[in-house]
Design a protein around this ligand. Structure first.
Ligand SMILES: *[C@@H]1O[C@H](CO)[C@@H](O)[C@H](O)[C@H]1NC(C)=O
Ligand SMILES: *[C@@H]1O[C@H](CO)[C@@H](O)[C@H](O)[C@H]1NC(C)=O
Ligand SMILES: *[C@@H]1O[C@H](CO)[C@@H](O)[C@H](O)[C@H]1NC(C)=O
Ligand SMILES: *[C@@H]1O[C@H](CO)[C@@H](O)[C@H](O)[C@H]1NC(C)=O
Length: 588
């Protein structure tokens, strides 16, 4: 594949960006600016390098994470040019710098903006990133943002405005496999970035105190040469615990996940202490074994390291930390919009930022919706290359309606507890890069549509604030309820009283095409689509339809939330929108 994607050539003539540190720039990195005052464009954290590499890194052979997962690395859009705007450092970010970066990028002529940052939910007219993003959208640029890492608690999203593309995080089909085998022969598949194959050959005495084991100090206990079980109640093994085990002469660590994290295992590189991180469920069994009987000395364990294995099923699974809807700022608009790989992602790293203590590497494994967003950004770049004239909302629609709700085992995508995942955690579904450039139909939106939506949600002063145009009035732009925004997802109140949502699709596929409506909804939900067929005779033709939703009264299965899909199906396209009927959404 390396041969068919040329290295980025010189930047196109319309590019107006510059490099504050010219020696760092080339045909790949065509813009590099710090908005933080001064000339320091260094990435002293690593986050910006990792996310940029994921979006647009070119092919690099012989890459690995500490010797694991060796192969050729590439970003999603390896032929794309890249411009980086430094708006944060290790201390955090100022909103003024973020906005200055967004302005500069749009003025320079970027095709897509990627922001792996965000704060807690606030009303859209008080949310400076949402307000800035409106300006970005009105200039024809789609802004892709991380949805936040505050899951699995509901309503924890960042970046909730409908003109932003908000990304949730899921797992990939790779596991850094480190299997814990106990003396009784039972084995539990964990994961680890600190692997030592020589370790696997022998059984070690297992150390686990009879209460809990925070692994912060080992006064009066000799753990030399033992495998220590730690059940610290944090999502990631605390660095100081791992350090304490190493300092006390422990041979290895079995780290037990926080229960809330379910099947999500977030790996990080820690010193060179052999370790395995296991789920809370597996951890409970390991602790049970360690506690049995009084002759603790008889309990042994080893860790079988198996590098990195691929084609792991099922994948993707929603990452526990990925923030969830409902959308607090606008409950009638689905967020997140889409899910993308964000758990244990291998990407570029600045070698002067040490990993796991003091060591220096050019690649690292990192997790977060920060890692998911740039996957989607790279895909937006590919769509913009194929369809430069598409609006930000058309690109977003293409990404949502072509996404997948099935995992690689052919079942509905699951959440971190292995339950069927809600659209409030996956958005429309998992992004499918192979399909986005040819969606068939798009749900388009322009500045006027979004202005009418803001009038309906927040009123005229908010609309003036967000659009930045004080001569616009709600009387002129109109005012629509959230459910009537022409969004690629349909989110309506759940009640016995029928609720009607109107949508308009634009034909970006073959001029002559006929689409028929297919519904996949639970039996206790009544859904009607009118008309049931859409016949197009020209490119860019628009057709309007309505979806009427109500719950069947008196059904014992009825709950607070119903989820299904509307698929518009033609000979060669499937255009899928999630349908969510939620009793918490107030009809307007
Ligand atoms: C940044 O670098 C330029 C060129 O070397 C120099 O003229 C300018 O004074 C520097 N600015 C700051 C704030 O250091
Ligand atoms: C701790 O245990 C190791 C291995 O069994 C042994 O070699 C060492 O002498 C012990 N240290 C102390 C202070 O007892
Ligand atoms: C390592 O993984 C491979 C492929 O999944 C499997 O066949 C093999 O048994 C594993 N080895 C160990 C030691 O777990
Ligand atoms: C503001 O809105 C008015 C009325 O629709 C329009 O004529 C004008 O061009 C807008 N200004 C900007 C800067 O978009």
């Amino acid at each position: 594949m390396a041969q068919v994607v040329p290295a980025a050539g010189v930047a196109p003539a319309r590019w107006k960006g510059k490099c504050q540190a010219p020696v760092r720039c080339n045909n790949k990195l065509v813009g590099l600016v710090s908005l933080m005052g001064g000339n320091d464009t260094t990435d002293a954290v690593g986050h910006g390098t990792h996310t940029a590499g994921t979006a647009a890194g070119h092919f690099v052979d012989g890459v690995s994470a500490f010797g694991l997962g060796r192969g050729t690395a590439a970003g999603i859009a390896p032929g794309a040019h890249l411009a980086m705007y430094k708006v944060c450092d290790g201390e955090g970010c100022f909103e003024s710098d973020i906005l200055a970066g967004m302005d500069a990028a749009v003025k320079d002529g970027v095709d897509v903006l990627s922001l792996s940052l965000g704060g807690p939910s606030i009303p859209l007219d008080k949310d400076l990133i949402a307000i800035g993003a409106f300006g970005v959208m009105s200039k024809g640029v789609l802004m892709v943002c991380a949805g936040g890492n505050s899951g699995p608690t509901p309503s924890t999203l960042s970046n909730e405005a409908p003109w932003i593309l908000t990304v949730g995080a899921g797992s990939v089909d790779r596991s850094y496999r480190a299997t814990v085998r106990l003396g009784d022969g039972e084995a539990f598949d964990g994961e680890s970035l600190t692997q030592d194959k020589r370790f696997s050959a022998k059984a070690y005495p297992l150390y686990y105190p009879q209460g809990t084991s925070y692994c912060d100090y080992f006064d009066g206990v000799n753990i030399t040469g033992k495998v220590v079980v730690c059940d610290t109640e944090t999502p990631l093994p605390p660095l100081n615990s791992i350090q304490a085990v190493q300092a006390a002469g422990g041979a290895g660590v079995v780290f037990i996940n926080e229960a809330d994290f379910g099947y999500t295992i977030v790996v990080e590189k820690y010193y060179n202490l052999p370790m395995s991180q296991v789920t809370a469920t597996d951890g409970a069994k390991i602790m049970g074994y360690a506690r049995v009987g009084s002759t603790a000395a008889a309990h042994t364990a080893t860790i079988l390291f198996n590098s990195s294995i691929v084609h792991v099923k099922p994948a993707p699974i929603v990452a526990a930390f990925s923030s969830r809807g409902p959308n607090a700022a606008s409950p009638g608009v689905l967020k997140p919009d889409i899910m993308a790989p964000g758990l244990n992602i291998l990407a570029a790293w600045p070698s002067m930022v040490p990993i796991g203590g003091t060591e220096s590497y050019s690649y690292n494994v990192a997790s977060g919706t920060s890692m998911a967003a740039p996957h989607v950004t790279g895909i937006v770049a590919l769509v913009k290359k194929a369809h430069p004239e598409w609006s930000p909302s058309a690109v977003k629609s293409a990404i949502m309606t072509t996404s997948s709700t099935a995992d690689n085992a052919g079942h509905p995508i699951m959440d971190e507890e292995h339950r069927k995942a809600s659209f409030y955690s996956i958005g429309a579904g998992h992004v499918d890069a192979a399909k986005v450039v040819d969606p068939g139909l798009v749900y388009d939106l322009d500045v006027g549509d979004y202005s009418a939506y803001i009038c309906g949600l927040l009123g005229e002063p908010a609309m003036k604030t967000i659009t930045g145009n004080s001569s616009l009035t709600c009387a002129a732009v109109g005012s629509i309820p959230e459910a009537q925004l022409n969004y690629p997802a349909i989110l309506v109140p759940l009640s016995e009283k029928p609720f009607k949502a109107k949508r308009t699709v634009t034909n970006v596929g073959p001029a002559m095409s006929t689409y028929t409506a297919h519904l996949d909804v639970p039996g206790w939900l009544k859904v009607k689509v009118e008309p049931e067929a859409l016949e197009f005779t020209s490119a860019m033709e628009k057709k309007t339809f309505t979806v009427t939703v109500s719950s069947r009264g008196g059904d014992a299965d009825a709950g607070q939330l119903a989820e299904g899909s509307l698929r518009w199906v033609s000979e060669d396209h499937v255009v899928r929108s999630p349908i969510i009927a939620d009793a918490r959404v107030v009809p307007t």
